[in-house]
Design a binder for this molecule. Structure first.
Ligand code: SF4
Ligand code: SF4
Length: 688
């Protein structure tokens, strides 16, 4: 064993390997991505033996692949973010009926906030919908332990098992004792065993299987309530309350799930300390974490609830535990009031935090009025309140933006320029390029889910034929969820234009490879899938290529594609700045800059700032733009946007000699870029 400081996601990867996982597959999505990457790193380091790990083209492909491995007797690990399970749900709903052979564990990371998602859906809800057990860790340590027991649970009850961490569990770090080397569990010698009546789902078999699922769920709930490996996740803790007699029967109960259990423990300590400082008694209470929310461990909760009159439920996302408690109260006719999201006593959305929970606990325990009075007394005596809240409110808002030099900026700018004066609806999609909606680019009108831009544009083309229907899709999303939409467009001859923003990686989630890169997660090099060939195979008869950092050529390509009646596409090709070498930064010539701000108001590169105090020959006292060389990657887009040629490239050692130039009318000067010349319609735009 060796001691390591690991993030929750890394720890779960280690746990799966120690549990003998043989096949690991998923699709990247924050906050889950590091799990698969950690397995790949350990495999590449030669310490994780006999494991196959891959990024699949999407979540459905990953889960179906893993189910095949499970039927051959291998243990499999699936990972995705919460919305990825929507994509994989078709497979999940059915495979639970067919039942698993090798243990199959799904780590589905939820994103309260949401911090980087379109929804705040709760995977515990999905688990009960699919009738699949779910484990809900409060800490990285619990996540590590839960992944290990999940494999045994899966094989014992022939069920897939979900482990559902949330962002803070995924990304918090702790020390772990982990095995230096791991070996996948051997698969049975006989491999897959043919059994049509078992592995082939037919209506009659589905009917029987549904009964089997209904029978095993109470057995699993019983295991959660009685077996030590699970009861450790459903711990009851009794507190006498500071200053209260220890033999007083508590009437208050606090139930928490997931990371909220960790927050609640800290908040309770905070409440105790505040009460102690104010000379107040805290009434006795019981606290319980429920780490196995579905199937609900009723027997454990029944013991916890004995003698209690009120229970406050603290959880993130949906009121899953609160529902279970309410159902239990209704069925048992218990004299217990359940408080939580449904009663307005807990946050109904977003992340919980310690301060908020502490305030709610003070109210719930009847302390807030007296604590407030005491605080006022202290303030009157000259004790200052905590400055932290005021300081936090003063922080500036920093919305997410495309990186300096991001090639998507050029693509959005070209599309907007090409469509000037044209009515158009621009359908976005999921990825960095969703940020094209921000001003000044303002180039996205809709965003729904992976791949939806292509198909939504088709609906708009049908219902609003007077507007050009534009769809943006990134290269990774193109392969993950875009291809069926392409086929639909060609099959029904929808008049749309798809802008494929090909930056040669899955940028948003950490530059993972995909089928278009030709490199697998295990380092194998295969023939990359051609986006152009896929478009052609799906019936797109007009496909143009453009370098998004070549403004004029890009505008020409977009105009040609939009003018074509029928499905057409522009493939914008330029690598993400995270996977390419930067060029020398550019420089604003103070003798030429007029302070017109066009470089800022047109493209919004964060490397360009404006100095209101700068004065120059042509700007007078209007102020001038400047480029932050630490951020600029020399993409060259701003050079093409400045109408006065005030921005220029600068290499190390260059002497700056800026020509005095007059502004051009309309179009900016075209410059050469590091990329190859691009195929434009004039240069032979492809008639695929
Ligand atoms: S060249 Fe201009 S647009 Fe590109 S990164 Fe530098 S400042 Fe931004
Ligand atoms: S667009 Fe050119 S002239 Fe105008 S502020 Fe920017 S650098 Fe200066």
């Amino acid at each position: 064993m060796t001691k390591k400081l690991l993030m929750g996601n890394e720890a779960m990867a280690h746990a799966a390997l120690e549990a003998g996982v043989r096949v690991v597959a998923g699709y990247p999505g924050t906050p889950s991505s590091e799990i698969v990457e950690t397995v790949a790193k350990l495999h590449a380091a030669g310490t994780a033996h006999d494991v196959h790990v891959e990024w699949s083209t999407n979540e459905k492909a990953a889960l179906e692949l893993l189910y095949g491995a499970s039927l051959a007797g291998a243990r499999g690990l699936f990972t995705c973010k919460q919305m990825g399970l929507n994509v994989a749900s078709d497979a999940l709903m059915s495979l639970n009926y067919v039942s698993v052979r090798g243990g199959l564990v799904l780590i589905v990371a939820d994103d309260p906030g949401p911090i980087s998602s379109q929804t705040e859906q709760d995977t515990r809800r999905f688990a009960s919908f699919a009738k699949v057990p779910v484990l809900d860790p409060a800490t990285p340590e619990q996540a590590f332990a839960m992944v290990k027991v999940a494999f045994d649970l899966s094989e014992r009850f022939h069920t897939p098992v979900i482990v559902r961490p949330t962002t803070r569990v995924d990304h918090a770090s702790a020390f772990f004792d982990v095995q230096e080397e791991t070996h996948a569990r051997p698969v049975p010698e006989e491999g897959f065993e043919r059994n049509v009546s078992k592995w082939v789902i037919f209506p009659r078999r589905a009917y029987e299987a549904h009964g089997e699922i209904n029978e095993r769920l109470p057995q699993i709930a019983q295991a959660f309530a009685t077996e030590e490996q699970f009861t450790a996740f459903n711990r009851m803790e009794r507190e006498a309350g500071w200053g209260a007699a220890s033999d007083v029967q508590p009437t208050f109960g606090i139930v928490a799930g997931g990371i909220s259990a960790a927050y609640a423990r800290e908040a309770l300590r905070m409440v105790q300390a505040r009460a102690q400082a104010a000379g107040l008694d805290v009434p006795p209470y019981r606290f319980m974490q429920i780490g196995t929310p579905y199937p609900f461990p009723e027997a454990t909760f029944a013991a916890f609830a004995e003698g209690l009159g009120d229970v406050l439920v603290i959880e993130e996302l949906d009121h899953v535990l609160e529902d279970s408690l309410t159902i239990w109260v209704g069925r048992t006719h218990a004299s217990l009031n359940v408080h939580g999201k449904l009663t307005g006593e807990a946050r109904d959305r977003g992340e919980n935090d310690v301060d908020d929970i502490a305030a709610r606990l003070e109210r719930f325990l009847g302390l807030s009025g007296r604590l407030r009075l005491r605080r006022r007394e202290l303030e009157a005596q000259g004790y200052a309140a905590s400055p932290s809240e005021a300081a936090i409110e003063d922080l500036p808002v920093r919305p997410p933006v495309l990186c300096p030099g991001c090639p998507h900026r050029g693509a959005f700018y070209a599309v907007k320029q090409a469509l000037q004066g044209t009515s158009a609806v621009m359908c976005g999609d999921i990825g960095c390029y969703t940020l094209g909606n921000a001003k000044p680019l303002d180039a996205i009108d809709t965003c729904l889910c992976m791949g939806a831009g292509i198909t939504m544009a088709q609906g708009l083309a049908v219902a609003d034929p007077g507007s050009a229907a534009i769809a943006y899709v990134g290269d990774s999303t193109f392969f993950a969820s875009g291809m069926t939409g392409l086929a639909n467009a060609a099959y029904n001859n929808h008049d749309i234009t798809v802008m494929v923003l090909d930056n040669a990686t899955t940028a948003m989630t950490g530059t993972q490879p995909h089928p278009g890169t030709g490199v697998t997660l295990m380092g194998q090099r295969n023939e990359p899938l051609s986006i152009e060939a896929v478009l052609a195979a799906n019936g797109f008869k007009r496909v143009y290529h453009a370098d998004p950092l070549d403004k004029d050529a890009s505008i020409v390509a977009v105009k040609a594609a939009v003018e074509y009646e029928g499905p057409s596409a522009v493939i914008f090709e330029s690598p993400c700045t995270q996977v390419s070498k930067p060029n020398a930064p550019v420089l604003v010539n103070p003798d030429v800059c007029t302070g017109c701000k066009k470089c800022i108001t047109e493209i919004g590169c964060p490397a360009i700032g404006f100095d209101v105090n700068a004065e120059g020959m042509r700007s007078g006292n209007r102020g001038q733009s400047y480029v932050d060389p630490a951020q600029c990657v020399g993409c060259g887009l701003c050079l093409q946007v400045c109408p006065f040629k005030a921005i220029t490239t600068l290499s190390a050692g260059d002497t700056v000699a800026f020509p005095a130039v007059e502004p051009e009318q309309g179009e900016a000067q075209k410059i050469s870029t590091a990329s190859d010349p691009h195929e434009t319609p004039e240069e032979g735009g492809q008639d695929a």
